[in-house]
Design a protein around this ligand. Structure first.
Ligand SMILES: [Fe+2]
Length: 417
């Protein structure tokens, strides 16, 4: 399947017909239904005392199989293989200008048992507190193209998703801010539905304004996940998939599928080695080595600062899991306190390569940058009702502060330790 990268960049999404070849649709539906039953059994088992018998299946507005890889077996392998198909991975390779990609999440979104009109509310999929200011992200996207693309691929006709075309390359308009203040569940100016037939797909950048408009009880089985760049030049803003450190599931899959996933996992492991090496250069205050490692992540000038901001967030997460009292907690408890539950393995793997004291020293190197990313008071993020309030600036990147200033800041009082 050939797609138009320029059109993707202009609109922020592409609607593709028959991503699932018609002759495969039934078999893939059957596999996913098996996985739904397996997940339902897990939810019933894990229900809370006050929950109905089905647990999450009955209570959630959008019951979601978040880890298809944990449910799959040989007879349902096509549920995973869809992510490696030329109509998905092959399309992502045309959109992301990087040599190696991996599938990130493998999910399935289902209809709720009861109606939930209004769905998610309009939003963009990121937070200044955990990623970077909008201007940095959008300029990086404009200069380097996407490092990550996300998919919805419905197994039955689906018109839940809405988008605002073109909104991925800019900050919010006044009209959007006004509308969000009045009613985050009413259509935004310029917002349009994305009607998909069974087997079609929409591939989009999650910087775009989007809305899961209406979670009704109509049958919904929509595959959801993404692809990201995983080898230098590494343009992804999201640094790791979630499945690669729990690889046992590949053992039941056909050899070619297993080999592809194992290769992706190896590249992801190499990616963490690269990050470790970059952080060690910072620890040593070796500016030249640091700049070489950073160039492997972002070869061009543009987007390097936003990459650094993203790295500061990685180190912030490493700080959390490297605390001795956190390291002593059982895994289930640790998963509850991390910023992204799904990033626990990634964060612990990286943090585990350093002592707690070293992680603190790496963080000190980011201290000046982190201070410049914050305002004096809490910032209002119009597209998120769920994110915690923070002082991180929503739109603007730090002024007059580039990579050279960042390296120099290691010797400032704040950054020197
Ligand atoms: Fe979203």
């Amino acid at each position: 399947m050939r797609v138009d990268q320029a059109q993707f960049m202009e609109q922020g999404y592409l609607i593709l017909r028959n991503v699932i070849p018609a002759e495969q649709l039934d078999a893939i539906r059957q596999s996913y239904e098996v996985l739904v039953e397996r997940q339902k059994a897990v939810w019933a088992r894990e229900r809370q005392p006050d929950d109905p018998p089905g647990g999450v299946w009955e209570t959630h507005q959008q019951p979601r199989l978040s880890h298809v890889e944990e449910l799959v077996d040989r007879s349902t392998a096509n549920a995973v293989e869809l992510w490696l198909h030329e109509n998905t991975l092959g399309v992502a390779q045309q959109l992301i200008r990087a040599p190696e990609l991996a599938v990130t999440e493998m999910m399935l979104m289902c209809n709720p048992v009861h109606d939930h009109p209004g769905g998610t509310g309009w939003h963009r999929d990121f937070q200044p507190a955990t990623q970077a200011p909008v201007v940095g992200l959008t300029e990086d996207l404009r200069a380097n193209g996407p490092g990550y693309v996300q998919w919805n691929i419905p197994l039955y006709d689906d018109n839940v998703l809405w988008v605002v075309p073109g909104s991925h390359l800019r900050v919010n308009t006044e009209a959007e801010e006004r509308q969000m203040a009045e009613d985050p569940q009413a259509p935004l100016p310029g917002g349009i539905p994305v009607p998909l037939n069974a087997g079609d797909g929409v591939v989009y950048t999650n910087l775009i304004w989007h809305w899961g408009s209406n979670y009704s009880t109509r049958l919904r089985r929509t595959i959801h996940g993404g692809h990201a760049s995983i080898a230098p030049p590494l343009y992804a803003h999201i640094f790791s998939p979630v499945w690669d450190q729990q690889l046992r599931f590949v053992e039941c899959l056909p050899a070619a599928t297993r080999q592809t996933l194992e290769r992706m996992a190896q590249l992801l492991s190499d990616q963490r080695d690269l990050l470790e090496s970059l952080f060690r250069a910072m620890l040593d205050k070796d500016g030249d080595r640091f700049l070489r490692e950073l160039a492997a992540l972002r070869p061009g000038e543009e987007g390097r600062m936003v990459c650094l901001v993203m790295l500061s967030k990685v180190v912030k997460r490493m700080r959390l899991v490297s605390q001795p009292e956190v390291r002593r907690l059982p895994r289930a408890e640790r998963a509850k306190i991390v910023v992204h539950r799904d990033m626990l393995d990634f964060d612990e793997n990286l943090a585990g390569r350093f002592s707690h004291e070293e992680v603190e020293r790496i963080w000190q190197r980011f201290a000046v940058l982190d201070a410049k990313l914050q305002a004096d008071s809490e910032q209002h993020v119009s597209w998120s009702r769920s994110g915690k309030p923070s002082r991180y600036i929503v739109n603007e990147m730090p002024a007059n502060f580039g990579v050279a200033e960042f390296v120099a800041s290691w010797n400032d009082r704040q950054g020197a330790s």
